[in-house]
Design a protein. Sequence first.
Length: 341
Amino acid sequence: MTSRSLTSIEICAGAGGQALGLEQAGFEHKLLVEYWKPAYQILEANEPGWRVERKDVRDVDFTEFSSHDIDLVAGGVPCTPASKAGKQLGASDSRNLWPEAIRMVEEVRPRAAMFENVRGLMDDKFTGWRQETINRLEELGYKNPVWKLVYAADFGVPQLRPRSVLVAFRDAGDRDRFEWPEPVTPSAARITVGEALKDLVAAKGWEGAERWATQVATTIAPTLVGGSEKHGGADLGPTRAKAQWLRLGVDGLGLANHGVAPGPDWPEDKPFKLNVRMAARIQGFPDTWKIDEVLLKTNAYKTMGNAFPPPVARAVGRAIRDALEPGWALDRVGAEKEDAA
């Protein structure tokens, strides 16, 4: 299989979930932009050769890349304007950075663009907003941009986590070749919370970990809610989510300190609190990704609690790469068939 990397630029990079997944899909990041200091610190601590800048995206001049033949621009544009946890002001929200995402596309002229956001953006009240975005991309020469609701649980992540994803291609042939990735974990085979966290929950010697994993935490998790720079982050989400966590044997009213897990004397049927590393597993981050080593628990949870899970970004990124590099796609499919045999 060819080892050539495609190139990418990402805004609103957060804790690096999308960037990590896209790198795994074969994209080489030429620039990551993140304004919030704790998230920037996570990127900086894990920086595997990436160029990371702490800036307000509104202050970034992307024209330096206009002659670089960038393959993909991407971003987890702030979800507050469409989030059900907010006022859903949409385009009128002062935190709406979609115009900056479109400006990046206009200045860079990449072969493809990918932007992800909350499920709420797919609601009927935002139909006009979505169409306006599509129209603007089409004015810039992008062919038939498309939105789709993608579920993280379909790609090996132990939570439902629906996200709206927008994909656009400059070349009609690339657009015609693009196909949304098929689920790698069908509903009947989704990874449960118990399967994902058993070793971390048992790490301090809790004898009830086996029972918890196989008899209690036997479904996927509710969607994690990390909060925002100014709000949230102290617990696992709203009342309904807390009730779902409780049915999984988890106390969602708060987070445990870093490294804390049930010990040998922890009662078998008593709910426990997740620590940040456990939450990161629920988000699909690898254990090697530094989060709790960098920040205190509240900011550490905020930075990764709203992330685009790396396995989902990898799946969509590979689908985009398959469209951009059909020769690579054929090599990849052949290699996967050989592995399966």
